[in-house]
Design a protein around this ligand. Structure first.
Ligand SMILES: [Zn+2]
Length: 338
């Protein structure tokens, strides 16, 4: 009996050891595989400039796509135009505003004071140049209804502007008069906006570029023609459906890829208070813009009247770009994300 008991005890001890061994093996597997499962998502950024939409018009108009982006992140009113009555005061004009976003500086630095873009100061690096200097393997793309955004503001390909910074671009259609004959109603611009948005959505879906810019123009053309009107609201809703195509592509990638997308939708200026047909001055409504984003890491600056120049540092933060000290020292904005 005694021997038999001992044998039973020994047997159960062995089983206990075996069990412990399996536990250790399981623990080992979990520990070793954990880092792979927790690998950080690749950061991606895309900014969309939709032209000349006052904050009050956007807020009063049916824009389901921008509403959905805002529900994922947030919406804020913001400003362009630099410091009113100060040295950085900048006209509330299209190319001036785009370049303040692109370079994170006001016109007294980037030196674009109107849409002729005669002598831009490329010493103030644009976001694509910063991205490429940080890591030339980052994939960059531009989808634009206005050719000058690439050739003049970015100066893509020019040595003094940092050489070639775009891996892909889709633009210049407004100069193709056969395919897009110009008409007074700007239907050709509406068609080009649609084309550009379709291509941006396709490219995002297929390639997932690291940094992209989309520029859509139609809303400003309608604003100049009709001012504050049902026509402008209709153009804003059309714009929103174009943004929605791109947002859908991003949502699709979020489901299948380990990526962390930061989308910014903004405008370059407001419009005058009297009719809404013009812009360029320093009135409150012309200086007032807005920013919609899906980002959930917003700091309090985002909710405290940020500026268009804050978008570059925010994108740099998200993409973890190292900005050369002499460039970052000249930035007029600050990040609105953690
Ligand atoms: Zn504009």
């Amino acid at each position: 009996m005694g021997e038999r008991q001992n044998f039973t005890q020994l047997f159960s001890s062995l089983r206990c050891l075996q069990y412990l061994g399996s536990l250790l093996v399981a623990l080992f597997i979990v520990t070793c595989s954990a880092p792979e499962e927790l690998s950080p998502a690749s950061p991606k950024a895309i900014f969309i400039i939709v032209d000349g939409i006052p904050a009050d018009v956007l807020e009063a108009t049916y824009t389901p796509a921008i509403d959905e982006i805002t529900e994922a992140g947030a919406y804020t009113q913001a400003y362009v135009g630099g410091e009113a009555n100060g040295p950085s005061q900048s006209p509330t004009v299209s190319a001036v505003g785009y370049n303040s976003l692109l370079t994170g500086t006001w016109a007294n630095k980037h030196n674009v004071y109107d849409n002729r873009i005669e002598n831009p100061n490329y010493q103030y690096w644009d976001i694509f140049r910063i991205a490429k200097a940080h890591d030339s393997a980052l994939q960059t793309a531009l989808f634009s209804t206005w050719l000058d955004n690439r050739t003049r503001l970015l100066g893509d390909g020019l040595t003094e502007a940092g050489g070639s910074k775009l891996d892909y671009y889709f633009d210049g259609f407004e100069q193709d008069l056969q395919r897009f004959p110009h008409d007074d109603a700007s239907d050709y611009i509406k068609d080009i906006d649609d084309l550009v948005s379709d291509e941006a959505a396709r490219f995002v879906q297929d390639q997932g570029p690291d940094l992209s810019w989309v520029y859509l123009q139609y809303t400003d053309d309608i604003g100049h023609r009709f001012g504050d009107s049902a026509e402008l609201e209709e153009a804003v809703t059309l714009m929103d459906s174009n943004v929605g195509k791109i947002w859908d592509a991003i949502k699709s990638r979020l489901q299948t890829e380990n990526e962390d997308w930061f989308i910014v939708v903004t405008t370059d200026h407001g419009r005058d208070l009297e009719t809404g047909k013009s812009h360029g001055g320093q009135s409150e409504r012309e200086r007032l813009i807005w920013i919609a984003t899906n980002n959930q890491n917003l700091n309090e600056h985002f909710f405290n009247y940020p500026a268009i120049v804050d978008i570059l540092p925010s994108i740099a933060t998200h993409l973890k770009l190292t900005i050369p000290q002499e460039i970052s020292a000249e930035l007029d904005g600050q990040t609105f994300i953690h």
